[in-house]
Design a protein around this ligand. Sequence first.
Ligand code: GAL
Length: 990
Amino acid sequence: MSLRSTAATVVTDNITPTDTTDSISSTDYVEDVSPGQGALPPRAWYAPGSSDAASLSLNGRWRFRLSGTADAEDGSFAAEGYDAGDWAEVSVPGHWVLQGDGAFGSPIYTNHLYPFPVDPPRVPTENPTGDHLRTFDLPDDWPTADGTDGDDTDTVLLRFDGVESCARVWLNGTELGEFKGSRLPHEFAVGHLLKPAGNVLAVRVHQWSAGSYLEDQDQWWLPGIFRDVTLLHRPAGAVTDFFVHASYDHVEGAGTLRVDSDVPGRVTVPALGVDVATGEPVTVPVDPWTAETPKLYDGVLATAGERVRLRIGFRTVVLEDGLIKVNGRPVLLKGVNRHEWHPERGRALDLDTMREDVLLMKRHNINAVRTSHYPPHPAFLDLCDEYGLWVIDECDLETHGFVEQAWRDNPVDDDRWTPALLDRAARMVERDKNHPSVVLWSLGNEAGTGRGLTAMAEWIRDRDGSRLIHYEGDWNCRDTDVYSRMYAPHEEVERIGQGLDGGPHRRRELPFIQCEYGHAMGNGPGGLADYQHIFETYNRIQGGFVWEWIDHGIADERYGFAYGGDFGEELHDGNFVCDGLLFPDRTPSPGLVEYKKVIEPVRMGGEGRGGTVRVTNRYDFADLSALAFAWSYEVDGETVESGTLSVPALAPGESAEVKLPEPPAVVGGGESQWTVRALLADDTAWGPRGHVVAWAQLPVARTPWPAVAASVSPVASGERLITLGPAAFDARTGDLRTIGTTQLTGLRLDVWRAPTDNDHGAHWQTDPRLGPLWRKLGLHRMRHRLDAVEPGDDALTVRTRVAPAGWEVGLATVYRWTSDGSRLKLTVAVTPEGEWTLPLPRLGIRFGLPSSAAGVRWFGGGPGEAYPDTRSASMLGLWHSTVDELQTPYVRPQENGARADVRWAELGGLRIEGDPEFWFTARRWTTEQLDAANHLTDLRPDGDRVWVNLDHGQMGIGSQSCGPGALPQYHLRARRTEFSFVFSATETGD
Ligand code: GAL
């Protein structure tokens, strides 16, 4: 029985190999819209190690020759005996532009513009073409001396897991065929061509091809053989294609397994006592697979010639009651969009890197991945099965560049391209159909609308009715089972949740997801907690996927990490390629820490004085039995007592009021609170015992704001100075010079921050872009006019007006200094003048300290940075750090590193207390230097200073680099404001 339905036969049958090496001149195939010829029909992928059939990895060093055009060289290099001794070498898997130190061309980054003239299917004459050569011997233990079993059956396959963008292949001088579809597998039958030793595999790879029109994803263009190349022995009677159907009946608690196989055999699952013929269904009691409880049963598919390990997860995905349900329950997707990325190897990822991604996701409470915007390396899906992640598997298709011509000539609406689209759909579905983690197929990304997409959806539905179909580009949902959008603002998502968004009837019946939201470019994204609140409020909204997982920065000695434009590209989109929750080296950014907190699966809260904490299980499937709970009681950030909390194993959705112990008896006042944590009770596959899954703080008592009696008067000290308590001021300018022995420079009001990527906003958005507007108004060049220095009986008052050249707006600013002899209090009163139409970037003071101020202690939010709409993960505590460690290394430098809710901070011999609490920032460069920097390597310590910002307010962050700006409640408006700081010398003096 053939498993493939007719449409899959668009994959052209194996051609008869011919010896054509000396007659290859035509490069017509490069611009041919067809998917290629010679490759075998697609089939299920399994790792070579899961089969008892022999395999040989052909990864490693290959000979390499680069030409500037597709036809610069003839095919003679593919002939046996060709001497490639003077060629360079590259690593396979790899991209040639990331090897050879620039000798092999450079990467190009564009978001959606094609980096070549749009004239489909034609590509430029300048078409970097990489000839790859590799010779190999069959290993001594290879089952047959010459690759065959001695009969006419082909018994060895050559598999390419990914080549960008078009490849032509020869083995031992015989052409096997050519193919497109960069992130999809292609196999060739080669047994009859193999020799025991001295095999020559030749692969010609063209950077540009007709296929490039279908692969306009927002990422680097990176040609090369970037995934594995493998030789697979296929003994007579080996498995060809198979389809594991493993559903779960949540009413009966039973799983039904049926493994269809092109080659008949038996299926055994020892743990379930299953031993059935292929094609035969069997129903047994099972534990189901979910992303939270990824139960996999080990099985074997045995045919006459091969045994293949199966990892079976029973689960059923349906659209029911307008909701995506798995095993009978709606799921809430807390996802990320994952491109494959490694800062040195590009999209050539090894298994360890893939595993690191999965572990990082699990440890940050992420439960879903959209494989934006192509099927990932297949081993990644094995990991998703194993560790538990819901997957939207997306086809390798994007034609975004056609938007520039109002989608004219879009390949997805042109029948000539439909075979290529169907080929892509089939290669994805056939390869990945046996993964329980894959719950939705996605037709692609940003490809407009058209008949080709409908054809793909119809083919997929026919082939695999057990999953739902996703595609964002058609808001009418003609072909999809879920209404999906990207970057819809909060308010619109709320309306969708309420069913007030209208739209065609079909759409109104469907669940909603945000396949992209929370653009994690630079500092941010802001507003995640507000989105999550909406997602959790409305059933119709089944969650979303933050854009995106990792910055695609390229490790580069010149810059730290390079981004678009750093390789002299003619067209590029700058650092828009660095918009991930991980920095390029996979260090979590504050955005990921925030997201982890926002989506934590256990919610805890309550009144600290109430004696209980309310615990809610927000998992969809798991109870709380895998978690242990711990409490601690802190006074002024110091833990006074701690213990464990007994929490019932609440079922999903359940809540309980859990009694807290009696609060410890504490002598004296102090700010006190409970901190409650949910921890892994035992080691799990993805996290150690004690790993914090969720936490909450319950305030008990606050201390009053610091009081300083204005009991001493300013005193003239010589002609030039005025002293007040521990401080000395310039008598003429009123500038603060010293506090005790600490010298201060340039203390004054500050409203400027180095605009973030979100402040800048994306250039196609109609929202005003704050960064440029701020600059237009001159907030980065405020002038400070001195109006008066007034020594009084109990205060030194300095009156100023802070305003930009060219405009009427200004901030009347009064600094009032008082002291009780040992402490110095500054009260800043700000009164806006003129018409302020923009929010302020920040409002506070800044000053310089000697560079010896290297260590910082503070009581406030930490340990990481926070801003008004990115502060969920900011935990009140006693923290310490160095000034250097306070910096967040955004690939393009910008405002960063503020700590929220700071009650007091100590650095450089100074103690600073806030009235009220403040935002604390310290760095070795000025805001102006930070603003001017384009790369991390531009940031150099500013001589002998540490610059400190103490802010009363910060503007929210938002997600405007692609999406909505900060919500109104996070705007920092110019209004009459007063705030104070109390300075004193620290006891230790450092
Ligand atoms: C979306 C697109 C992504 C990425 C993102 C912005 O429109 O699907 O691939 O470009 O915007 O970073």
